[in-house]
Design a protein around this ligand. Structure first.
Ligand code: CMX
Ligand code: CO
Length: 146
């Protein structure tokens, strides 16, 4: 069951400048940063709020580490902006299988590693009314991990 907005993924050309915009404009602080080479991104997670299921909701600011990555290609075509949305679930395996059975393309056979040790998969935007959609199961320690 999808129980929350886990994050909104925002593509940017310069992560440091974008982080500074969110800090100076809204007061949002960086909760976690990492490089995910498999996804081709350098990212910052800004925690917006805790949620009733024990998780949290974040903004995920994404700078590509290479031009041929998903975010690099998207930025070259569209410029900066909202790249994807992500729903949180306790069971990314079960939920992605159930969604696949409804005829929506799930991009990975098995969930891969996302922010803070989470397990993630994606649904094809062309099957989701134009929205690249991610499903996330947070690692148990994610709420306290920096
Ligand atoms: N949102 C909406 N539509 C998108 C999109 C996005 N983020 N990315 C691509 N599309 C659309 C394109 O506009 C294009 O549509 P048209 O054919 O109408 O022009 C179509 O999908 C194909 O796009 P493409 O540029 O040819 O790109 P690819 O097919 O090579 O890749 C996708 C698209 C979704 C398969 C790829 O971006 C992907 O695998 N994404 C999942 C991984 C990812 O996004 N990782 C980065 C985030 C990591 C994280 O969140 O942790
Ligand atoms: Co994401």
């Amino acid at each position: 069951m999808l129980t929350r907005i886990d994050h909104i993924g925002i593509a940017c050309f310069d992560l440091d400048k974008t982080v500074e915009f969110y800090r100076a404009t809204y007061g949002f602080e960086v909760f976690h940063t990492e490089v995910n080479e498999e996804q081709g991104v350098r990212e910052a997670m800004l925690k917006i709020n805790e949620t009733s299921d024990g998780g949290a909701s974040y903004l995920q600011l994404l700078e590509p580490t290479r031009e041929d990555s998903a975010v690099g290609k998207w930025l070259a075509k569209n410029g900066e902006g909202v790249h994807h949305i992500a729903f949180g679930t306790a069971d990314v395996d079960g939920d992605s299988e159930a969604i696949r059975d409804k005829g929506v393309r799930v991009l990975y056979d098995q969930p891969r590693t996302g922010s803070m040790g989470s397990r993630i998969t994606f649904l094809h935007p062309k099957d989701c009314h134009g929205v690249l959609t991610e499903l996330v199961t947070a690692a148990p320690s994610a709420a306290t991990d920096h």
